[in-house]
Design a protein around this ligand. Structure first.
Ligand code: SF4
Ligand code: SF4
Length: 172
């Protein structure tokens, strides 16, 4: 009898719909899910790291990497609001739970590295040109100064001997 009842339950479960409802993963607008960084836009300025109240973000300029500890992030959005390049955003998906405090590291894209190297090269060239122009100006000013100083000195020197001989005959 029990075997018949068990078979009936199995058959019923095979053909019937689930008793639970499927939960649709729809996040409302403004959800602060998790921080995402577009590594094509990031310039590794480090401002997000400075502004983060929980020190969840680390920027390594030498290694050209940007890292975040998702378990330390409190989704305050401070880094997103202060990123000058707007490379940060709050992704809608919530942070996945985990057993370990992992650090997620992202490397700057090749495109971003090439752009930054080009910008640095242009800045160095501008600085060199400005320094050369300043040196040329200084050289011009240095060459003009002695030409003005020379005529002034002889004009004062002959005046003194002219006064001294004139005073002596009057005293006698
Ligand atoms: S503030 Fe923005 S551009 Fe600067 S390091 Fe952070 S993510 Fe990159
Ligand atoms: S959202 Fe807030 S806590 Fe999370 S990384 Fe950005 S500044 Fe830090």
């Amino acid at each position: 009898m029990a075997l018949v009842s068990f078979k009936n339950t199995i058959l019923h479960n095979l053909v019937s719909k689930p008793k639970t409802r499927r939960v649709e993963k729809e996040y409302p607008a403004g959800t602060r899910g998790h921080v995402e960084n577009d590594m094509d836009l990031c310039v590794l300025c480090g401002l997000c790291s400075i502004k983060c109240p929980t020190h969840a973000i680390t920027v390594d300029k030498a290694a050209k990497t940007w890292s975040i500890k998702p378990m330390s992030c409190i989704q305050c959005r401070c880094c997103v609001d202060n990123c000058p390049k707007k490379s940060l955003s709050m992704g809608l998906r919530f942070q996945e739970p985990g057993e370990e405090k992992v650090t997620k590291t992202f490397k700057l894209s090749d495109k971003a590295i090439a752009e930054q190297e080009a910008l640095m090269k242009a800045a160095k060239e501008r600085a060199a040109a400005a320094a050369a122009a300043k040196a040329a100006q200084a050289a011009q000013a240095g060459g003009a100064a002695p030409a003005q100083a020379k005529p002034a000195a002889p004009a004062q020197t002959p005046a003194k001997p002219a006064e001294t001989p004139a005073a002596k005959p009057e005293d006698k």
